[in-house]
Design a protein around this ligand. Structure first.
Ligand code: ATP
Ligand code: MG
Length: 155
């Protein structure tokens, strides 16, 4: 299942994140792809806030993984620096059924990704406009996407 939506400006992006948040729960894995500056960290911050994370979610480029407390534990990974590495940072422990994981640059940890996830590709259309392409792998995520499409109809 795939679903695509165009959003303009940070406030609409925040709305999209908060509508997505209503449809996810413990165990959710979200992969965020897109060019440098597409808005992966920005979307993570909005989603984190909606999930009740009070701390500012900065880009975890240097530690790769940062964990936060919200409605549940939220892990934020930025795998950009693993481009030339096949190191396993213990990803299995993070991708569990109690926590939520949000992964930037998942392409660099392909071999450690779980079977099922929600993948979001962000494309920069212009300074303020972004296209979000969602795709679901697995039935849990298909259900999430159907709900999202219903709550945030595409143009
Ligand atoms: N509609 C929008 N949605 C998301 N970000 C937007 C939007 N419009 C403008 N921006 C801006 O685009 C920039 C996105 O930067 P961000 O750090 O989130 O990108 P990134 O994809 O995480 O990049 P990197 O690959 O370097 O980690 C921010 O400066 C943000 O304010
Ligand atoms: Mg980022």
């Amino acid at each position: 299942m795939e679903y695509s939506i165009e959003v303009t400006g940070l406030s609409e992006t925040e709305k999209l994140a908060s509508v997505l948040e209503k449809n996810i729960g413990p165990g959710t894995i979200i992969l965020l792809s897109g060019d440098l500056g597409a808005g992966k960290t920005t979307f993570t911050q909005f989603l984190g806030r909606a999930l009740g994370v009070k701390r500012r979610m900065s880009s975890p480029t240097f530690n790769i993984i940062k964990s936060y407390t919200g409605k549940c534990t939220v892990h934020h990974m930025d795998c950009y620096r693993l481009e030339d590495s096949d190191e396993d940072l213990g990803f299995d422990e993070y991708f569990n059924e109690d926590d939520i994981s949000i992964v930037e640059w998942p392409i660099y940890i392909e071999e450690f990704l779980p079977q099922e996830y929600l993948s979001i590709e962000i494309e920069t259309l212009d300074e303020e406009k972004r296209r979000f392409r969602f795709s679901a792998k697995g039935t849990t995520y298909t259900t999430i996407l159907e709900a999202l499409e219903n709550d945030f109809p595409s143009d």
